[in-house]
Design a protein around this ligand. Structure first.
Ligand SMILES: C[S@@+](CC[C@H](N)C(=O)[O-])C[C@H]1O[C@@H](n2cnc3c(N)ncnc32)[C@H](O)[C@@H]1O
Length: 284
């Protein structure tokens, strides 16, 4: 039987006090029970001011680190903690930094489990690190395309890189971690990441270590460096790696010819297709 319990997973964005949407704020204000999982202690304090009764989920991470457990155990603990009051009939709001659905498994799992148990559950988007990246670095993912991968997954599986598009690697500070226990991996792991990237890019290709500002008084980090310099670079838990395109897009002449044939068949005498290349718009 359907119960009154409900769950809203909301994002507060990246910057303290600056990115909270009215809808996310509404859920935060209306909830009977609030949980938080935020990027740093200051952001946590800010949300605690809005909801002094909020419970931080951070201790699940701290405990698993103390016990040497996998992050999977902390995630399971967090989902169970969020769902307990939902099952008890409460309106629950779980607050995450950035966008709750971007490279974050707990909100997705909690919502799926709540729905499977018959409760109303949904997600309220927030401004993610990706959104800030486009704004701070002046990148339009639609200009030449953009691939996103979690850095370790990118290393462990055979993925096809398209070097005429942007490549964004998340969690690069823990690239190569198979244990799900570490909060940093070192140069030996990064060397393997660089080796993998060098299959598609020259070692001197310029890449960017990016960190969005989480406080209004702090500037974002956008540190350019050669790909090979990543091995010794200062890469943290909050660093995202941006690899700009290394070559222009290659025209697919066969496809263009077939499209032109369709245009002719449609009798559109004025049909002139435009498509973008990294050099600009091209008339075909
Ligand atoms: C578990 S994901 C969480 C992402 C978050 N849900 C969002 O919407 O951006 C953690 C990864 O997000 C990226 N990230 C987190 N904080 C960041 C920041 N201040 N600047 C750039 N990237 C950040 C890093 O790649 C980090 O390893």
């Amino acid at each position: 039987m359907a119960s009154q319990g409900s769950l809203a997973c909301v994002g507060v964005g990246m910057m303290l006090g600056a990115h909270l949407s009215p809808r996310a704020r509404g859920h935060l204000d209306d909830a009977e029970v609030v949980f938080t999982l935020l990027s740093d202690a200051l952001v946590e304090l800010w949300v605690q001011q809005l909801r002094p009764d909020a419970t931080s989920l951070q201790p699940f991470y701290d405990e698993s680190q103390r016990e040497g457990q996998s992050r999977r155990d902390s995630y399971r603990g967090m989902v169970d903690a969020i769902l307990a009051p939902v099952r008890a009939g409460k309106r629950v709001c779980a607050v995450f930094y950035g966008h709750p659905g971007v490279f974050a498994s707990v909100p997705h799992r909690a919502i799926a489990e709540a729905r499977a148990a018959g409760f109303e559950a949904g997600m309220e988007p927030g401004i993610s690190a990706e959104d800030c990246l486009y704004a701070d670095l002046g990148i339009d993912p639609g200009s030449v395309g953009c691939q996103h991968y979690e850095a370790s997954q990118f290393m462990f599986y055979q993925r096809r890189i398209e070097p005429s598009a942007y490549l964004v690697l998340w969690q690069v500070g823990i690239a190569g971690d198979r244990t799900l226990r570490r909060f940093a991996t070192g140069p030996a792991y990064r060397r393997l990441l660089v080796e993998r990237l060098c299959r598609d890019y020259p070692p001197e290709h310029r890449v960017i270590a990016y960190e969005a500002a989480t406080l209004p008084i702090v500037a974002p980090r956008a540190e350019g460096m050669a790909l090979s310099a990543l091995v010794e670079a200062d890469l943290r838990l909050e660093t995202t790696l941006v690899v700009p395109p290394a070559m222009p897009m290659q025209r697919d002449d066969a496809m263009l010819a077939r499209v032109a044939q369709l245009d002719r068949a449609a009798g559109d005498a004025a049909a002139t297709a435009f498509f973008r290349t990294s050099q600009g718009e091209v008339d075909v």
